[in-house]
Design a protein around this ligand. Structure first.
Ligand code: HEC
Length: 198
């Protein structure tokens, strides 16, 4: 619901970006297919060879559509959510929801192309990897030492501009953190980091 409060302009921008991104993708597929289809002509005009390759590609794409990765569609704000052990002010929460939760919580907001393989596999890889390192929905299950270390990591990752991932903000332009949002996250993470518990 917080997601809906991000302004309309950035949502339109976001959709336009997604369309542009897909057009580039389609273009690259077209170019590569063109090469695969016409490459045999360079050597000999082998129609059967060309047809076999084409059928092979189409069949493979068809088959992999059925191999769907498991979706990350659990509960974000359950009993183990970070807000049960650390105070998460509204402004911080809003940033986490828009910019981090897709990879660091038990729920991902999936774009339409998440239904297409192998894109869905690639997305699932990021989500699983992100959750393994830091999951705000499971934060309360971490030991005090681990929680403390994660707060330190959050400040560090934002300071180094390593999060949110560049491949993500390329498409999710609304997740890009401006200077103020970065400061809010860093201040919050540092305020909750206790150097003693290392
Ligand atoms: C597109 C998915 C994605 C998004 C969005 C994202 N992350 Fe990450 N994050 C990852 C992945 C994958 C890793 C693990 C690999 C790595 O460190 O690059 C990671 C690692 C981290 C780590 C390191 C944890 C550790 O102890 O190793 C922190 C801290 C972190 N992210 C914070 C954030 C914050 C804060 C945001 C939002 C501002 C965010 N991330 C947004 C995918 C994401």
């Amino acid at each position: 619901m917080l997601r809906e409060s991000t302004n309309r302009k950035s949502q339109t921008q976001n959709s336009l970006f997604q369309i542009l991104y897909c057009l580039t993708l389609v273009d690259s597929v077209k170019k590569n297919c063109f090469f695969i289809i016409y490459a045999p002509y360079k050597f000999e005009n082998n129609y059967v060879f060309k047809k076999k390759i084409l059928i092979g590609i189409v069949a493979l794409l068809g088959v992999i559509q059925f191999i769907k990765p498991e979706r990350n569609e659990g509960e974000v704000f359950g009993i183990n959510h970070i807000s049960n052990v650390i105070t998460v002010p509204a402004d911080v929460s809003k940033i986490l929801v828009v910019s981090c939760n897709d990879c660091h919580s038990n729920q991902t907001y999936y774009p339409w192309y998440a239904n297409i393989q192998p894109l869905a596999w690639w997305l699932a890889g990021h989500v699983n990897d992100g959750k393994k390192h830091l999951n705000f929905s499971e934060f309360a299950t971490y030991s005090a030492k681990k929680q403390n270390h994660k707060m330190e990591e959050i400040a560090e990752m934002i300071e180094k501009h390593e999060m949110p991932l560049g491949s993500y903000t390329l498409v999710h332009t609304d997740a890009v953190l401006n200077a103020e949002q970065q400061r809010i996250l860093i201040d919050w993470a540092k305020a909750n980091y206790k150097p003693g518990i290392e």
